[in-house]
Write a new protein. Structure first.
Length: 301
């Protein structure tokens, strides 16, 4: 929604002053897998969630360290700019307010290399680097993505940056449930690029993988049984970006505007996600537990 809570509050104030509708761009709430996870949780199939683990391994994450995202003054940090989508899903799945945030993160892979150049085109390590970009050979891509060729081949190691390439966040909710979010941009394993969820409840577990559009529900086994029953849900690959979620969100917004449904993608959920993300940045940098129970950033001794 914005780089920090103050900016979120300015947006909400502008909405209220104008008396207009505001929709959050949390397209993953309209992803087929995420919609099914929410449906399953609401049905009580595994009981009240006790813990949720979410992982987000983005195989294209190295590009962030060539672009504007790499500077917190522009993005608020990658846990804000990229992680807000996953944090919103955790808030949505838990159906409760986040109150405590702990976090660890760092820049551990894309560190400066004295032997590398500032740009790929001038680097003597080009033949050895898995992140080398021939900006002239891929000029059509540069134009398509709207990048400046003079910046697109910035060395991901030697580019100025102050954001993390990996982050781990622990969240406690008002309903006493807890969630963990792991974000990493340091690998190029495209087969597992995306989000995975493990949701543990007193009656079973939900395992979901957005990279393969699959959900498996495992049920507790009875005494004497080796394992319990399970059921699987598969979702066909959809056209459009973000697994078909973008076009579904557009239809959602149109339906809301025509009065066919009530908007639940309102601005406050955007603020809530940024609140958790900004607390995670603060917790990691200051090595302390952050209390956000009052909707603001504070800390516990």
């Amino acid at each position: 929604m914005a780089r920090n809570i103050a900016e979120c509050d300015s947006i909400l104030a502008a909405r209220d002053k104008a008396g207009k509708e505001l929709f959050m761009g949390f397209n993953l709430r309209n992803h087929s897998v995420c919609l099914k996870i929410k449906e399953l949780l609401s049905s009580g199939i595994v009981g009240k969630p006790q813990t949720i683990v979410c992982t987000d391994f983005y195989s294209g994450g190295m590009t962030y360290f060539r672009r504007w995202h790499r500077l917190k003054k522009n993005s608020g940090g990658l846990i804000v700019e990229k992680g807000c989508h996953s944090l919103d899903l955790l808030n949505w799945f838990m159906d409760s307010r986040p109150i405590l945030v702990a976090s660890l993160g760092g820049l551990d892979v894309y560190l400066p290399k004295s032997e590398a150049a500032s740009n790929c085109r001038n680097c003597k390590l080009a033949s050895q680097c898995q992140y080398f970009v021939d900006v002239f050979d891929k000029q059509h891509k540069v134009d398509e993505w709207g990048h400046d060729p003079d910046e697109f081949d910035l060395c991901i190691y030697n580019s100025p940056k102050d954001t993390f390439d990996n982050h781990m966040v622990l969240i406690e909710y008002a309903n006493s449930c807890r969630a963990t979010y792991i974000e990493s941009f340091a690998s190029r394993v495209t087969g597992k690029s995306g989000r995975q969820f493990i949701i543990n409840g007193p009656q079973g577990q939900i395992w979901a993988d957005l990279s393969i559009n699959k959900i498996t529900v495992y049920f507790n086994h009875a005494l004497g049984e080796v394992k319990g029953q399970s059921c699987e849900y598969f979702f066909p690959e959809e056209s459009g970006s973000h697994g078909g979620a973008d076009i579904r969100q557009l239809h959602y917004i149109i339906d809301c505007l025509y009065g066919h449904r009530q908007n639940k993608l309102f601005g406050e959920i955007g603020r809530e996600a940024v609140l958790v993300a900004q607390a995670a940045e603060k917790a990691a940098c200051e090595k302390r537990l952050i209390n956000i129970s009052n909707g603001k950033l504070s800390h516990n001794a």
